[in-house]
Design a protein. Structure first.
Length: 301
């Protein structure tokens, strides 16, 4: 049992939530936790809730989870820079809607194949797009990580928390190495070579983005998750998707990219459409609760 008296300001709270969306988040992230929060001291916790980062009591945060893991920075350091950055990020756009994080995982990781996987990915993208109220929001874990990463201006300092869980180093993101040199391979942390995003970045596929049709609406997200969970438990096999299915997935991806990146994102450096490029970069830099659980710069109380 974790008590407030055992905590210090700057401790990272990693929570396991109930429900199918939380299960899928952990399943795709290969982790036992799905949410993150930052302990500020005096019984207060900063956590992305709804459309903003909010401060609430430790008891309230703990009561919303099935279990909790507390991790602390290995290096001894004053927490004032970290806490100061957390105050600044209270005004940043955020989205703690679990549908948003699930959508990012669905397109940046390689979920286990099943007959209903494409329908689930579409349902996650559609639900995630509807849950975003401002472009490029911080997820709950991203907020915690940014507090550490931005505590000091140095590239690597005592507050740096390295995310060392997943590294795929050759990702096609459409960024030219030098002007006129064509497509470069960009380092992207967390984007799988067989993910939806990497597939959509291929020249033959991204050429279909403008003409892809959504078709019929996907099933509701909860129903899609329930079906998918039964399929992966039964280890059902799956065939290749039809053109109409992949077009529908592309249309849902465009919808999510527009919600995530905004109408006119300031990125237009390569052959990818700007909204997809910004989404690709955000997914490549995604931090999850599982990443914080695996980081070697933190230790578990």
């Amino acid at each position: 049992m974790i008590r407030v008296a055992d905590l210090r300001a700057g401790d990272v709270l990693l929570l396991r939530s109930p429900g199918l969306i939380a299960w899928a988040t952990r399943f795709f992230d290969s982790a036992e936790v799905d949410r993150a929060a930052l302990y500020l001291g005096d019984g207060r916790v900063a956590e992305a809730v709804g459309d903003a980062v909010k401060i609430r009591s430790f008891d309230e945060s703990a009561a919303s989870a099935e279990s909790m893991v507390v991790r602390r920075l290995k290096e001894h350091a004053p927490m004032e820079p970290l806490l100061g950055r957390s105050e600044e990020l209270l005004a940043a756009p955020a989205s703690a809607a679990p549908e948003v994080q699930l959508a990012l995982l669905c397109i940046s990781r390689k979920p286990r194949a099943s007959p209903s996987l494409l329908a689930l990915q579409r349902a996650a993208l559609e639900s995630g797009a509807s849950a975003i109220s401002a472009p490029a929001p911080l997820t709950a874990a991203q907020f915690v990580w940014r507090c550490y990463e931005d505590a000091l201006p140095e590239q690597s300092d005592v507050y740096t928390v390295r995310l060392n869980g997943i590294h795929y180093l050759e990702m096609v993101s459409g960024v030219p190495m030098v002007p006129g040199a064509g497509v470069a391979r960009r380092r992207g942390r967390g984007v799988h070579p067989d993910s939806v995003l990497t597939w959509a970045a291929q020249p033959a596929i991204r050429a279909r983005l403008g003409s892809a049709r959504a078709g019929d609406a996907p099933p509701p997200l909860e129903a899609s998750l329930a079906r998918y969970r039964e399929e992966v438990r039964s280890d059902l096999t799956v065939g290749l998707p039809e053109r109409a299915q992949s077009d529908a997935l592309l249309a849902s991806l465009q919808k999510f990219a527009a919600a995530w990146s905004g109408k006119d994102p300031p990125i237009a450096r390569g052959p990818l459409p700007p909204q997809l490029e910004m989404l690709f970069r955000s997914a490549a830099d995604l931090c999850t609760a599982g990443d914080l659980l695996r980081s070697e710069d933190l230790f578990t109380l």
